[in-house]
Every structure is written in C-alpha cells, then in structure tokens.
Design a protein around this ligand. Structure first.
Ligand code: PLP
Length: 388
C-alpha cells in the first residue's frame, strides 16, 4: 500500500503528461518557455487572483513574498508553531523574527483569538498556514491585519484547490503561496511553487525578485534570487490540471469514507464550516501513537506524522520562543497521525486502513453489515457535506 500513490496518478494521465514533456523537449526553451506563462494564466484564472508568479518551490514562494513586502531584520511575522519548517525558515532567512501563536485544537490551524496579544510595533505580517489542506479562519485573520495595517501571507502549500466562503485558497489575502512538491495535492515531478496576489505593485516586485531583481536584461533594480520554476515542471502541472477538479472530488470522497468509519470512534482533525479541504493529509488524533503506528506498520499500512516536533522545540528555532508556551501545538504534535490518502485510493483500501486503525486503537470496528451501511453512497453524501 502506498501512502500517496503517485504512480497511479501518472498512469491515469500518462499520455497527456508525456506529450506535454515532449513538447518542451522539442521547442527547447527550458527556462521561461511558453508553458510558464500558460500555467500562470491558468492558475490565476483558477484561483481568481489577478496575478500568478511561478517560482522554484513553495519555500522560495514564501521567501520572495517576504522580500517583496520589504521584510527586514528586526521585523516580526506572526505564524503558527505547527507546520512544516519552511514557514518559519523563510522568515528567519530574511533576518526577521517568527512570533508563534498557538493553534486551534479542533482544526490545528492558527487560533485567531490569540493573535492580537502578540502584535507589537515591529509586527509586519501574519502568515497563517492552511494545514492539511484546510484554510484557517481567514476573515478573522484579515480583519485583525486590517486593524493593525499588516499584510497576510497564506502559506497554502497544502491547500491549492481548497475553498473558503466561496473563494479559492491562494486568493484569500494579500499574498498566497503554494507548492508543487510531488506529494502535494497539485504536484509536479520535482520542485515548483507559485505566488498569487491581486496587488499589481507586489506582482511586479515578485516577478523581478524571481529573476535576480532584474527589471530589464542586466538591469538589477532590487536584490533578488534565482527563483524560477523551470518549463518542464510547468508542463507537468499543466498536464495534471485537466484532472485536478476530479481528483479534489475523489480526495473528498476518500475523506468522507474515513469520516464515516472513524467519526466518534477515534479523534479527527475537525472541519470548520464554510470551507473545503483538499486533504493534503487525512489526519487522525490518537493517544499511544507509537503503538498504533507500529500496529498499522505491521499490517502493511504506511502512516506519517505531520509534525512530530513543533517549531518552538526545533533546535535551530527554540531560542526564538524562549519563555513562551504552546500547549495545543505540543499536545497535537504528540497525537496526530496521517493516513494513506489520494484520489486513486480505492474504497476497499480506505476501509482496510480504517478497520486496522480502529483495531490498533482498541476500538471495536463496525460489523460488516454496519460497514456497508456507513459506506453507502447516500450516507457518504451527508458525511461529505459535513466535511466540507
Ligand atoms: C511543503 C510545504 C512548504 C514548502 O514547499 P516546498 O515546495 O517543499 O519548498 C511550505 N509550507 C508548508 C506548510 C508545506 O507543507
């Protein structure tokens, strides 16, 4: 069993992916070839943001966004301690300071009601993460930012395709950053990422920063980076876009099956109202995680932990949070566990994983008659809408 089945995805889109790659090999414009602009225009249209700037990775997207906002040493950026390290790393790379705010226990996303206490005269931006594919409380976060004159950067590396009150993730704030790392919901076959904004000035700055701060050939009007996404990777994403909406629906269907079998029996990461998740991870909350993980491993079921060590306990970052405590992030990092998930995962596999998890957690799984009822299409439709 695969944790994320990228081979099945390739098999489903093989001809289109191959022909898109072949087209790049034929025209030979490996850097900033026509697929780059084509992808940027399709992704901008998809999200509704005015501008999309493709970049070398999700991490680079965060770095370039902070550079475009003029973030400098001494500035403070409010963010979550419970994310992939790149979120805080981008801030530190610019010499700025990540100021961590604890998370909401139900969703594992940044807790808006704790933000204002951490705002100081040095605060410049808030960087929420749409963790596991579900946007944070963006209206509340945007309202706080507006009151204090701050920018909001959504780290949407896990949530491309998700929605929040009818708008797409990546188009929910000043800037949205996503990643096309192969295992993300929309992945390429190497590194890639994209930045979204509807601010013309920021878009110009980010396009220049991406190419060494160049405004015209060999004229460098600002400090930049070598941060382009290459044409071949853009071609792969273009090929995958055709099935992306279908894949998001299949991810939601897999999640609905898990919800039906697990809800009320083991802890789940909650789905907040008026938003959808693309389930970059389907994550459960279990006590005695090591034992449960070992039992699943013995049954041939791969699992992963996102994330076992929160930022404020990372050796290179702990000094930034000295004297502060993040009890919810600490608690969740000890209990979260992600299950196999993907658009090509069969209902039988999902059921096998869920039953094995319940057994490992010491919960009696539903009997076979009840299982069939829980997995019936009409029962799932209800769970799916709850989950959204
Ligand atoms: C994957 C990820 C990133 C980094 O993306 P890369 O493309 O791997 O650089 C940043 N933030 C979060 C929350 C991520 O999950």
């Amino acid at each position: 069993m695969e944790f994320i089945d990228l081979k099945a995805q390739y098999a489903a889109s093989r001809e289109l992916i191959n022909s898109r790659i072949q087209a790049v090999l034929d025209h030979g414009q490996y850097i900033m070839g026509p697929e780059v602009a084509e992808l940027e225009s399709r992704l901008a249209q998809y999200t509704g943001a005015r501008h999309c700037i493709t970049v070398a990775s999700g991490t680079e997207a965060l770095v370039i966004s902070l550079m475009a906002l003029g973030i400098k040493p001494g500035d403070e950026i409010i963010t979550t301690p419970f994310s992939f390290i790149a979120t805080a790393e981008a801030i530190v790379l610019l010499g700025a300071t990540p100021v961590f705010v604890d998370i909401d226990r139900a969703t594992c996303n940044l807790a808006p009601h704790l933000i204002e206490a951490k705002i100081t005269p040095r605060t410049r931006a808030i960087m929420p993460v749409s963790l596991y594919g579900q946007p944070a409380d963006m209206d509340e976060i945007n309202a706080i930012a507006a009151r204090h004159g701050l920018a909001v950067i959504e780290d949407a590396a896990q949530s491309f395709g998700a929605t929040y009150r009818g708008k797409k993730s990546c188009n929910l704030s000043t800037i949205g950053c996503t990643s096309f790392f192969p295992s993300k919901p929309l992945g390429c076959y190497g590194d890639g990422g994209a930045i979204f904004t509807s601010d013309d000035g920021l878009a110009t700055a980010m396009r220049e920063i991406r190419v060494h701060g160049q405004s015209r050939r060999y004229v460098h009007t600002r400090i930049g980076v070598g941060g382009r996404m290459d044409t071949l990777q853009c071609a792969v994403v273009l090929a995958k876009l055709d099935r992306f909406e279908w894949e998001c629906a299949e991810r939601a269907a897999t999640a609905a099956r898990y919800n039906a079998l697990l809800s009320g029996r083991v802890g789940l990461v909650g789905r907040a109202p008026e938003r959808s998740s693309v389930y970059a991870q389907y994550t459960v909350v279990v006590e005695e995680r090591e034992r449960v993980q070992a039992a699943l491993h013995a049954a041939g079921i791969p699992t992963a932990v996102h994330y076992p060590v929160p930022m404020h306990r990372q050796p290179a970052y702990a000094h930034l949070a000295a004297g502060e405590s993040y009890p919810v992030a600490d608690a969740m990092s000890a209990m979260v566990m992600s299950l196999p998930m993907g658009p090509y995962q069969s209902a039988a596999t999902t059921r096998e994983v869920a039953v094995a998890l319940l057994k490992a957690a010491g919960v009696t799984p539903p009997g076979s008659g009840e299982l069939a009822g829980l997995l019936a299409e009409d029962a799932l439709a209800d769970t799916a809408s709850d989950a959204r």
